[in-house]
Each structure stands twice: as structure tokens, then as C-alpha cells.
Write a protein that binds this ligand. Sequence first.
Ligand code: PHB
Length: 401
Amino acid sequence: MSKRLVVAIAALAITASGAMAQEVKVGVVLPYTGIGAELAQQIDRGMEIYLKLHANEIKPYTFKFIKRDSKAPNGAEAKVAVQELLTQDKVDALAGFVYSPDAIASAPLIAAGKKLAVIMNAGTAFITNLAPEFVRTSFTMWQSGYTMGVAAAKDLHAKTAVVAYTDYPPGKDSLEAFKTAFEANGGKVIDTIPAGGPGAVPDFTPFFQRAKDEHPDVLYIFVPAGDHATAAAKTYAALGMRAAGIKLIGPGDITQDIKLQGMGAAAVGLITMHHYNADLNNPENKRFVAAWKKAYGADSTPDFMAVGGYDGMAAIAHAVKATKGKMDGAEAVKSLEGWKFNSPQGPIMIDPQTRDIVMNEYLDEVVLGPDKKLHQKVIGQTDHVKDECKELGIGRCAAKK
Ligand code: PHB
């Protein structure tokens, strides 16, 4: 190659800011097909909107996404995808993980591969203890469950609760979190009902009928977002549980924004605890929702999965800048410890001890708006909520000694 040509190529690679342009490879592991496909789309779009709204800040870096389908929520496909992304595609970072089993099964490979892995959904609390490369921008089930346990006793004045939960790690976490806080504040959980798995939507009727027969003040449920949530709200309505004096409560997974309109009147009055809903009234969220509707249509809406993707992309962009594009795993993780960001959900931070997010939790009530659509109205707020499972050091959440 002539000397002149080499100089010309080098000049092309130098951007207006004077730095070398550099492509960062991100392996994205999401359930693009199967029961979680809609959830994967929300996360992908959340990442895209972040890049759109922050195009100037990201320069001179560019991103190449290598997307892999984690399919059924059992960890098997996710693990293969992570292995190949790290060893064959040689990605600079990993991202995604809707379902906890996918993150849990991939953890040993992530620890061996030593690349930053940003969890954009999976909520089982102990996951971040499984590999030092995990940084979570979504939530833990303890953040919503524990805060709801307190609110159910103190704000909703419930004395008794039945808990029904999808029987896999985040469901068990949500149950334990709610029960721990509810009982510490004077409530009593009178029954706990495992209600099917995440791979298929069960008929919730027998589980909810059992709860109805026990006449608790509240039925607290955890089901994964998506079609499980719609089915649960409809079963609650079909069994006439509200008329029987039983309030349906849970984490915001059960009132996911993209599913809300499809729940119809059944959802009015549901009370949930979560870090995000699309109706949140703050300037960052207004900008996020407006950009979303412009990109994907007036009837589309972001939800908490989308904000997990948006915040996760912000975290990756921060790590890229902090490591000057090198993305050494340990350095990338370190750059995110204590990282603060003004998210559409409100101010967030990555806890330097646990690599979990610290954020606000909102107590929301589903209401029918003047536009005849369902909305989530904030009726309470708890600021700077940490993962209480690690704060209390419960089970696998205890810090490794
Ligand atoms: C999870 O598997 O960790 C999970 C999935 C869906 C949710 C919440 C948690 O809505």
C-alpha cells in the first residue's frame, strides 16, 4: 500500500472531534421469539431511543449490535449465545437478559469471559453476586416487593395477604420480599400459591379461586410481564374478587404499560409498586415518550422493559467513554460503580458495592383517564431504594466472604 493511501485511510478514521472513530461490539441476548418476543422488542427499542437522543455524546464511537435469540426462558439458549458471543464474535460487552434463568445460566461464562454484562431486565436479586462483570440497570424483585410490603401494611392498611407467584427465581424473590416487609409491619401472609411457570401462561382460575376462598385483604401476585399479566388481571375480574373485597396488588410487572389497554376495565383500581410507568411526569420521561411515539407510532408506548434498555445503553455508552473505547471488563465495571444518570424513571445510580441500581419506587393506581384510556397515577413515592435482599444479606444475597 502506498504511503499516501495509508495516510488517507488514517485521515478518514479521524473524526471532527479529533479522536479515532471506534466501533464497539455489543452482544445482545434477548428472547426475540417465543413468549418473551414483545419484551425483547421493548428493550431493543429502548436502546435505540437512547442512541437517537444522545447521538452527539456518543461520538466518536459507534456501536455494532450482534443480536442473539434466547428463546424459551430456561437458560439453555442464552448460555450458548453468550458462549459464542464471547469466544467467536469477541464482543466488547454483553447486554439484555429478560429472564432470570438466562442470566443465571450464563453467569459462569460471563465470569470467565471478563467482559461487562449489563442486565436490562432479569430481576432475581442474587444474580449480580454470580459474576463481578454483571451491572444491573433494571431492578431487583426485592425493590418493588419489599417496598410494596411496607405500603400494603402502612398505606393500604391491609392485615392479611395471600401471595400467588410464577414459580421460578424472581417469583420466589418477590414473595419473600413482600412477606418480609409486610410481616415486619404488622401484616400476615396467610397462604402462598405457586402458580405455574414462565414458559406458558397457565389458567390462573384455580390459584385465584383458592385465594378468594381465604378472604385476604389483598392478593399480592408476581407474574412475569407479557401475556401472564393480562391473563392474571382478567382472571381477577372474572372471579369477582374486587366485589368480594380483595384488592389485587403487586409489582408493576402486572401493569406493564404495553399490556394495560388490553386489560380493559379489569385493571382499574389495581395498585402496584414500580420504578417506572409511561405516565411519569418528569421532563426526561416526556422527552423519552415523545421520541418513542415519533419513532414507533402514536399508539405505541415504552414500558419498564424499554427503560431498562434505555438506561442500560446509557451505562454501556458511559463505560465506552470512560475506558476510551477499550472496554477492558474490570475497568468498564469500575467506571459504572457509583455512576449516576438522569433516567426517564427519575435519578438512578449504580450501587458501588452491589452493582445493582438504586432508584425511586412509585406506588401507582390504574385509573381511567378523560381520554378513556387507562393510565397509572402515582399515589406514593419512596426515594433511593436499594436492593433490600443484599442490604439484609438474605440467602444467596449475602456478600461473598
Ligand atoms: C425475570 O425472569 O427475572 C423477570 C421476567 C419478567 C419480569 C420480571 C422479572 O417482568
